[in-house]
Write a protein that binds this ligand. Structure first.
Ligand SMILES: Cc1ncc(COP(=O)(O)O)c(C=O)c1O
Length: 474
């Protein structure tokens, strides 16, 4: 209808996709340095992809966490969760700051011992500890946190053999609101099994109950869940105290604090929604101070925080290999870092920043890794400008779990460097090459001298392999 000069409005869908002119601001994505060290310089020196850790960020996070807890509770001790990132240099930074070690296997225990951490400063967790490992841990007075009844029996047997009681703590699982509850580990609170374990340990002539532990889950976004876990541990402390006269030496609140990453289902960026260390500390310390028996000495509080201490200190620089646009304007970029390096891409929408100034608009982009698999997706959708081969992107935060869970698959794993407090950049893990990857392989002797079918091709292949090796060395 067109009366009185009125023109009915019409809505036209914007199908421009990539060339959506509303998305012209890309300055916010740009970051050409880490801790004052230029990204260009880093890739020139160490290649791409490249993991980069900031020593300053590691230490700053530790201080923030320690301050939050030590200002609320009289006796606090952090234990660095090795599985989160067990590169020697990373562990060393946390040990220098005052952390003891928390390990979940004999391999991690060996690593901590090799770094100079004595057994009595190592918390030993895990759903399975072999008898050999338990014997070592007992002989070195490690802080063993028992996981199940069978393990209690094995430790009792060892104690009987060595003729002295062994100190143990008990790991407890429970319903706190973390879904699904981590019932794989420890003794269940609600069923009464945890109190049964307390009774069993307190009544055993071979064991001393020294601690109670719970690790309720990871990336816990609601600090109130720790109020529940601490309340439950306090109930067990009361049980041990009133029924057996046992005063536990420590409470271990485990890990689980969220890092400033963004989960796939989250709308707002992680950094705007994750609780602060102060909020976690308030929940844990308030509950303990309110509920612990006043008649006994206040137990030490252990924390096994992993990802929240290390995630944001880690970056990954990756280079664009090639890109294309589909009919709807969506950009597909293939970069040189795949999900074999970024295991946590399964959980997180990483922050992706360009490292050079760009003219022109940004548009919806899928970021693929270089692996020959369609599931090799680093970010399903991120807004980026048109990018050319060789340009770099900065992926963050990637410091937690990616190094320890990365796998050598199709490509070599890249170097890892750390930027020191004075800006010095050191390699903390060298880039892999064929020698590393094949170090444990054996070609049975009977196969060694057998020629492959087509000798001419074999010679060609050998030449190609040595040319590639030369190129890699350059
Ligand atoms: C027993 C134990 N403690 C500590 C941690 C570290 O957890 P997070 O990285 O969530 O802090 C883990 C990890 O799952 C764990 O299993």
């Amino acid at each position: 209808m067109q009366s009185n000069g009125y023109v009915a409005p019409s809505l036209t869908p914007n199908r421009n996709g990539f060339f959506d002119t509303m998305n012209t601001s890309h300055q916010q994505y740009r970051n050409d340095q880490i801790e004052g060290v230029s990204i260009e310089e880093l890739t020139e020196r160490f290649g791409s992809p490249l993991f980069v850790f900031s020593e300053r960020a590691l230490r700053a996070k530790y201080h923030e966490a320690y301050t939050a807890f030590s200002t609320r509770y009289p006796d606090v001790q952090f234990a660095w969760s090795y599985k989160t990132n067990y590169l020697k240099a990373i562990c060393k930074v946390f040990h220098e700051e005052g952390s003891i070690a928390e390990v979940v296997s004999d391999f991690e225990y060996e690593k901590a011992r090799k770094l100079g951490i004595p057994g009595h400063q190592i918390i030993v967790n895990g759903p399975y500890k072999s008898e050999t490992f338990l014997r070592l841990a007992v002989s070195e007075n490690a802080k063993i946190q028992v996981d199940n009844h069978q393990e209690i029996g094995t430790i009792e047997k060892i104690a009987e053999e060595i003729g002295r009681p062994v100190n143990v703590a008990i790991r407890v699982n429970m319903v706190t609101g973390c879904e699904p509850a981590w019932t794989k580990f420890g003794f269940n609170f609600e069923s009464g099994d945890a109190m049964l374990a307390v009774s069993r340990v307190c009544s055993s002539e071979h064991l001393n109950l020294v601690g109670l532990h719970s690790h309720i889950g990871t990336f816990i976004l609601d600090p109130n869940q720790y109020r529940v876990s601490m309340q439950n541990l306090c109930a067990l402390v009361w049980g041990a105290y009133t029924q057996y006269g046992v005063e536990v030496e420590y409470i271990n609140a485990g890990g689980g604090f969220a890092s400033a990453n963004t989960l796939h289902y989250q709308y707002l960026p992680g950094k705007d929604v994750v609780p602060s260390f102060n909020q976690y500390a308030e929940a844990i310390c308030d509950t303990l101070l309110l509920n612990l028996p006043k008649e006994m000495p206040t137990p030490k509080l252990y924390l096994e925080t992993g990802r929240a201490l290390v995630d944001e200190a880690g970056y990954l620089i990756t280079s664009v290999l090639h890109g294309r646009h589909s009919g709807d304007g969506r950009q597909s970029l293939v970069v040189d870092a795949g999900i074999n390096l970024l295991y946590t891409a399964a959980w997180y929408k990483f922050d992706i920043q360009t490292t050079q100034p760009f003219e022109g608009p940004v548009g919806p982009t899928t970021l693929y890794g270089p692996l020959c698999m369609n599931i090799d997706v680093i970010r399903q959708e991120v807004y980026l400008p048109t990018m050319s081969p060789g340009q770099t992107l900065l992926i963050h935060p990637v410091g937690a779990y990616n190094i320890t869970q990365s796998m050598q698959f199709i490509t070599y794993r890249p170097a890892v460097v750390m930027i020191g407090l004075d800006g010095t950049v050191d390699i903390i893990r060298r880039a892999e090459n064929l020698e590393h990857v094949e170090a444990l392989e054996e070609l049975p002797e009977r196969m060694q001298d057998k020629p492959v079918k087509n000798d001419r091709r074999r010679n060609g292949t050998n030449r190609l392999t040595s040319e590639l090796a030369d190129a890699a060395r350059r």
